[in-house]
Design a binder for this molecule. Structure first.
Ligand code: UT7
Length: 331
């Protein structure tokens, strides 16, 4: 089986740290509520760093760890729900900063499943294009710029950050993936872009998207609906990826889930019959960083020695879209 090898990882934690207590000065909340309902304690927030900058810093570390030069990268895949521009893409900005002159550039928006989608795309490019030796997957998020700090049900949940992975193909190694989406749940988690307007618009042709009333450009979430989706999607995506290759999930050494809520992870662990000891949890320190949460956790696990060469690893993401995805590979 053709798989992947993660050659290097890197991350960027923004300059500021916000603890639960900091929210109590401007919204009706408590450290106790946030801890018990989510598991979160603190999160990094951008102190002015743009999304592309955070992604670039993470990418530089990943490239250094991989021991390659930026010119050797054939494709940069960037995932974000909080890019700095409609255009150019984050991947183009990062290519510029890295001088990765031989890389083509792709941005994907698959929300919190973004990195899993990005890894699977990278694997497919590496597999089918002999000209591409290394892929760089970058996940960078500046969620605080699309967060409504007067809405206590969302603002405590999110943090900022970035992480990157340098990936090569690996012959005869474990690999499976299962990606999917359920667009009927799009209304449960969204952030609007600039409302459509032009000089010729009369409003007569306005098409209803079925979403609740707009709340500016801020993230709007039906927490309960997403929670329900997440507790089902997480085990199902992992199980389906495993079934495709007759792999037993008990044989995974480490599982890195999207870091949205520790209760979601605990429920999934119980449903799968897998000990929580195998799940990496860092949302107590980073909160939810959307597509960056899985690669941030990978980088921490690699650098702390929690993931070792040869370990069988499962990644599983779920989020707005609604999207979901799992990848099983050997580190
Ligand atoms: O990354 C993308 C995927 N996202 C997710 O997976 C998120 C999934 N959803 C969740 O993790 C949870 O639904 C939340 C953490 C968002 C909310 O937890 P919950 O247990 O579902 O709480 P709830 O929304 O049912 O709210 C319970 C109560 C409400 O008060 P009442 O109506 O019972 O009086 C809320 O107003 O908690 C209240 N509440 C808060 N109280 C203090 C909501 N937010 C807060 C807050 N502080 N920050």
């Amino acid at each position: 089986m053709l798989g992947i090898k993660i050659l290097g990882t890197g991350r960027y934690d923004p300059g500021k740290k916000v603890v639960n207590e900091d929210f109590t000065s401007f919204i009706d909340t408590s450290d106790e509520w946030i801890r018990t309902r989510t598991g979160m304690q603190e999160r990094f927030v951008s102190d002015g760093e743009p999304t592309w900058y955070m992604g670039t810093q993470a990418a530089k570390k990943a490239i250094e760890a991989a021991g390659i030069s930026p010119e050797e990268i054939g494709v940069i895949i960037d995932t974000s729900v909080s890019p700095d521009y409609y255009t150019p893409s984050m991947s183009c900005m990062i290519q510029r900063e890295l001088h990765a002159v031989n890389a083509m550039t792709i941005d994907v928006n698959c929300a919190c499943a973004g990195c899993v989608y990005g890894i699977d795309m990278a694997k497919r490019y590496l597999q089918t294009d002999d000209g591409i030796k290394y892929a760089l997957v970058v996940a960078n998020e500046n969620l605080t710029k699309i967060t409504d700090y007067s809405d206590r049900s969302t603002c405590v949940l999110f943090g900022d950050g970035a992480a990157a992975l340098v990936i090569a193909k690996s012959e005869n190694s474990l690999y499976s993936s299962h990606l999917g989406a359920d667009g009927t749940g799009a209304k449960y988690l969204f952030a609007r872009s600039i409302p459509p307007a032009n000089a010729f618009m009369t409003g007569e042709g306005r098409v209803d998207d079925g979403f609740p009333e707009p709340n500016g450009h801020y993230l709007c979430q039906d927490g309960k609906a997403v929670y329900k989706f997440a507790t089902r999607a997480l085990p199902k995506a992992l199980k389906t990826a495993a079934e495709k290759i007759d792999f037993c999930l008990d044989d995974l050494d480490v599982i890195i889930p999207h870091q949205a809520n520790v209760r979601i992870i605990e429920t999934a662990a119980k449903n799968l019959g897998i000990s929580m000891d195998k799940f990496v949890v860092n949302l107590d320190r980073h909160a939810n960083t959307s597509s960056a949460s899985i690669p941030i956790a990978i980088d921490e696990a690699v650098r702390s020695g929690r993931i070792k060469r040869g370990d069988k690893v499962g990644l599983v993401g779920f989020g707005a879209g609604l999207t979901f995805g799992a990848v099983i590979f050997e580190y």
